[in-house]
Ligand binder design. Structure first.
Ligand code: NAP
Length: 326
């Protein structure tokens, strides 16, 4: 049983609630693989777990995404071998660590064309963008879509991938630098929503028609306004809470505003089986390997500096993806 360094949360709170500690890691159980991490993904959901917005049984590990080497193989695992390069985006929480035991059925082998850092940066964000654009609402050539936080980790991948599918992308961003970055990643019309009313701009850009889908990861500050950007029978996808938990939606309002569809999807429900998970991961690896998608890793921190990484992510200082290096 090795001793490793890992973050633990004992009490919900701000970034300081993350405590880096030496812990004993059990040998992998049946169906599990111990992964020695080479890169760990930073995701906004980690802040919800840390702050208590998504309550956890405490104390708890933290982090849901990493890449590394399969170091020890549990009983009954046949598809992953010792020494394989693997990656995962799944619970139970514990990716902010030097090593973690993960169910073999929730991990994928990383192809040679993808680096460990890329894998750690894209598994969760990339598979999320895959299901949002292909399954939650199927984006078609000629669609105009609205994506919030377009210069973020999920946002830049969404701009690139939606553009590659033939869509026109309108994206909201918090600064001019972020607008330029989103544009360089395929966002046709970045809107600085700190300075201007994004509902008005979306209406102008679409000749008053509105868009068939809004991907809203910002939550509290944007969700109700996002509804006003939709065309009749449009789909409002609420998939995050970067500005706080979104308000309740009254079904009557969905009717009055044009027989709208409302959904609150989670990656977990779009990767229910190992087959579905590996299918999405393969599609993601394919578009990264052929150059359709580039993974913008714009910040790197030592794993021991995860507190600073959380401060920067919540302070809207990061763009694209961030990795923590053990
Ligand atoms: N449901 C799912 O399956 C799923 C999966 C993955 C991610 N997500 C969600 O997708 C979103 C993006 O995740 P990410 O890891 O890629 O993060 P991110 O987009 O890189 O960071 C969050 C961004 O949200 C924007 N934002 C707006 N208001 C904010 C506020 N009050 N405080 C902080 N940020 C604010 C900021 O961009 P601006 O400054 O440009 O506004 C910020 O950079 C998160 O909401 C996350 O929970 C959901």
């Amino acid at each position: 049983m090795p001793t490793i360094n890992a973050y633990r949360v004992h009490k919900p709170g701000g970034p300081d609630a993350l405590k880096y500690e030496a812990v004993e890691l059990a040998d992998p159980g049946p169906g599990e693989v111990r992964v020695r991490h080479t890169a760990v993904g930073l995701n906004y959901i980690d802040t919800y777990h840390r702050s208590g917005l998504y309550p956890l049984p405490l104390p708890s590990g933290i982090g849901v995404e990493a890449a590394g080497i399969a170091e020890a193989i549990g009983e009954g695992v046949s598809d992953i071998k010792k020494g394989d390069r693997v990656a995962y985006a799944t619970g139970p929480l514990g990716a902010y660590s030097e090593a973690n035991n993960v169910a073999a059925g929730r991990m994928v082998k990383v192809p040679e064309t993808v680096t460990d850092e890329q894998a750690a940066a894209m598994m969760l964000k990339g598979m999320t963008v895959h299901y949002l654009l292909h399954s939650t609402y199927k984006v078609k050539p000629g669609d105009t879509i609205l994506a919030h936080a377009a210069a973020g980790g999920v946002g830049l991948l969404m701009c690139q991938w939606a553009k590659a599918l033939g869509a026109t992308v309108i994206g909201t961003v918090g600064s001019q630098e972020k607008a330029d970055l989103a544009q360089a990643n395929g966002c046709d019309h970045p809107i600085n929503y700190v300075q201007s009313d994004f509902v008005e701009t979306v209406r102008e850009l679409t000749g008053g028609k509105g868009v068939p889908v809004v991907y809203d990861s910002v939550g509290a500050d944007t969700l109700l306004k996002s509804m006003d950007c939709l065309s009749p029978r449009g789909t409002l996808v609420s998939f995050g809470n970067a500005s706080g938990a979104p308000p309740a939606i009254d079904p009557g309002v969905l009717g009055n505003k044009g027989s709208l569809f409302f959904t609150r999807p989670s990656l977990f429900h779009y990767t229910l089986t190992t087959e579905e998970l590996r299918h999405r991961a393969e599609e993601l690896f394919k578009v990264v390997s052929d150059g359709t998608l580039t993974i913008p890793i714009n910040q790197r921190y030592a794993l021991k500096d995860a507190v600073q990484a959380h401060m920067d992510l919540e302070g809207r200082k990061t763009t694209g993806a961030t990795v923590l290096i053990p």
